[in-house]
Design a binder for this molecule. Structure first.
Ligand code: NAI
Ligand code: 13P
Length: 309
């Protein structure tokens, strides 16, 4: 937002961290080596966001409900909220836009997703993402306001498709990482990306997302990025699972959204009879029902069928 020429208030919950960031202009823990843009003003006071034109919510997916409620107390009802987390609410199996809509009914809501490591965006490396809002004019306005010389934002009205892409690709990236960690080869990884994408499409169709959205940045684009490199925490988590670490050890205390979302994703898929064998395998590995080798066996020994099924 700052690179696009906006004045930005950056809220964080810890007043000490906010003061430290305001003073040092660096955050060695979360963004090492990046100097905070001069147009960004850190604050620990949510009320400082009351007059902003739009709020980007970038806390973990499972905090969406509590954060939207906290924001509702300080924001005018007309302030657009842009959800940036990628996941599904674990307890309720609700999509994040439905969570925010339930807490703040009728207020403008958008979802921002797509292939974009925070580190790349903060360093001003070229990045392209998708923003969806049911109000097409608002989608265009927010996309234009946040786009800058290094960040290009496409807009759509398909909120569901964009949020499904972000949530599901994290689960699939864990599978890709596990294949890499177990040394199963690049061919297996490519097969997983392609068959994982087929799962994503099937799931989106069953839940009202548009196939074209999933073929774009928020689906295929983010799946390819997250399945390619250990710069992704989901991929790196899978990599360590593949090397034999337990889920707890593999997370290394970092946020792994795919691990939090896997069970809800699989439950939603089952509820509408969507076949998602790769996501199911990830969920079974995470809950201890299968070893990685059992998962590979199960995936390779499924009945031979048409590629389009
Ligand atoms: N890091 C990345 O490259 C990208 C992240 N995302 C998504 O953004 C979301 C957040 O991810 P990151 O920023 O990378 O995670 P992170 O773990 O680096 O940072 C999360 C931040 O949220 C704060 N936080 C955690 N619980 C909170 C709570 N209950 N209330 C207030 N603040 C809380 C933490 O203190 C931390 O500052 C995730 O859903 C992720 O999938 C999306 C695109 C790229
Ligand atoms: O969503 C991301 C890139 O688009 C970040 O992925 P990880 O959460 O796996 O690091």
């Amino acid at each position: 937002a700052a690179l696009a020429g906006n004045a930005v208030a950056l809220w964080m919950r810890d007043p000490e961290q906010a003061a430290l960031l305001a003073g040092t202009r660096t955050n060695p823990r979360f963004l090492p080596g990046v100097r905070l843009h001069e147009a960004i003003r850190p604050t620990a006071n949510l009320a400082d966001l009351a007059e902003t034109e739009a709020v980007l919510l970038v806390t973990p997916a499972q905090t969406t409900r509590e954060m939207t409620a906290a924001l509702s107390a300080v924001l005018p009802a007309a302030t657009p909220l842009v959800l940036c987390a990628k996941g599904i609410e674990r307890e309720t199996r609700a999509f994040l836009s439905d969570v925010a809509e339930a807490v703040r009914p009728g207020s403008p809501l958008a979802v921002l997703s797509g292939p974009s490591f925070a580190d790349d965006v903060a360093r001003g490396l070229p990045t392209a993402v998708t923003l969806a809002c049911r109000d097409a004019a608002l989608a265009r306005r927010i996309a234009a306001a946040l786009s800058g010389p290094t960040l290009r934002i496409y807009h759509r009205t398909d909120v569901r498709g964009v949020e499904i892409g972000g949530a599901a690709k994290n689960v699939l990236a864990i599978a890709c990482g596990a294949v890499a960690g177990r040394g199963l080869g690049e061919s297996a990884k490519a097969a997983l990306v392609a068959r994982g994408f087929a799962e994503l499409l099937r799931f989106a169709r069953a839940y009202g997302g548009e196939a074209e959205t999933l073929m774009g940045l928020a689906g295929l684009g983010d799946l390819v990025l997250t399945c390619s490199t250990a710069q992704s925490r989901n991929f790196a988590f899978g990599l360590r699972l593949g090397q034999g670490l337990s889920p707890e050890a593999a997370a290394e205390g970092r946020l792994v959204e795919g691990a939090s979302t896997a069970r809800a994703l699989v439950a939603l898929a089952r509820a509408r009879e969507v076949d998602m064998p790769i996501s199911e395998a990830v969920e079974k590995i995470l809950n201890g029902a299968w070893t990685l080798d059992q998962a590979v066996d199960a995936l390779m020994n499924r009945p031979i069928k048409s590629e389009l099924e």
